[in-house]
Design a protein around this ligand. Structure first.
Ligand code: SF4
Ligand code: SF4
Length: 276
């Protein structure tokens, strides 16, 4: 019986997907982007009013009006897509994972829909260098600081045979004392604040901290609640942010690999990801 299972397993086709087709993919995340020049003042005003988490805001600069979208606060509810008159669509490619806090915000000119700050470079370089970067294993301690468990479900999916995070030498560990990276989900509730501080304190240096999900980045839908003590960077220093509510496994993988790339290659964003 056991040999039959082993034989069938060996004969079955591999479902593992190559990392190149994972990086930057946003399918299923419901993260919005401005689609084209259909954006105008009236639509910008409408989406700002419709956004439940104030992720969208109007700003003035140099006599022009900009629409700012803070992915750290976006919960992917899709209301901007519903009321955006075609100017907003669900993103198919999304590379704003594992970035600094300022890297979570994109801006568009409300008159012509042109993006003000160019998109982060695509992760193509990462795909080529990942195996070279990970000459050693990376141990990750996941810290749930009061999440709804949605982010945890996506993190768990990273270890299944489809995504197989372990193929990169990235392992989840049970103790922060064995960790190189803390992956922190949740808004940080009052009950978890001290636990998060202590977890950070006992994690050996050098260490990296990544805030995960809208909750980890900004508090998300729990921001302003009586039990809200966060977001994560209010309690411990954060090196990079992965937005989404929840982020998809592809977004998590993109974010983790980007942080590693910055750390090992010393690219520009590494300044904000200095190991401690
Ligand atoms: S999808 Fe994000 S930006 Fe759009 S309305 Fe919802 S929370 Fe706001
Ligand atoms: S970001 Fe969304 S899915 Fe993740 S813990 Fe917060 S509410 Fe849940």
């Amino acid at each position: 019986m056991i040999f039959d299972i082993a034989r069938r397993s060996l004969q079955s086709k591999s479902v593992l997907i190559p990392v190149e087709s994972l990086l930057g993919t946003a399918t299923g995340s419901r993260m919005p982007i401005v689609a084209d020049s259909r954006l105008n003042r009236a639509i910008a005003q409408r989406v700002v009013e419709a956004c439940p988490t104030s992720a969208l805001a109007l700003e003035s600069a140099n006599g022009r009006q900009h629409l700012a979208l803070n992915y750290g606060a976006c919960i992917g509810c899709g209301r901007c897509i519903e009321v955006g008159g075609g100017a907003f669509v669900a993103a198919e490619k999304f590379t704003h994972c594992g970035v600094s806090k300022t890297g979570l915000v994109r801006r568009w000119d409300v008159e012509n829909g042109a993006e003000i700050v160019a998109d982060e470079p695509a992760m193509t370089a990462a795909a080529a260098g990942i195996r070279a970067l990970l000459g050693r294993a990376l141990n990750v301690r996941e810290v749930d600081s009061g999440s709804c468990n949605g982010c945890e479900q996506e993190i768990i999916a990273l270890t299944n045979p489809y995504y197989d995070l372990e193929r990169f030498g990235i392992h989840f560990v049970a103790s922060p004392k064995h960790a190189d990276m803390l992956l922190v989900t949740g808004p940080v509730t009052r009950n978890m604040a001290e636990a998060l501080r202590q977890t950070f304190a006992v994690t050996p240096s050098p260490k990296l901290v990544v805030a995960v999900g809208a909750c980890g980045c900004s508090g998300g839908i729990f921001s302003g609640s009586y039990a809200f003590e966060g977001p994560v960077d209010k309690l411990v220093p954060v090196d990079a942010y992965i937005p989404g509510c929840p982020p998809t496994p592809s977004m998590l993988l993109t974010g983790i690999l980007r942080v590693l790339q910055q750390k090992f290659t010393g690219t520009q964003a590494a300044k904000s990801a200095t190991p401690r």
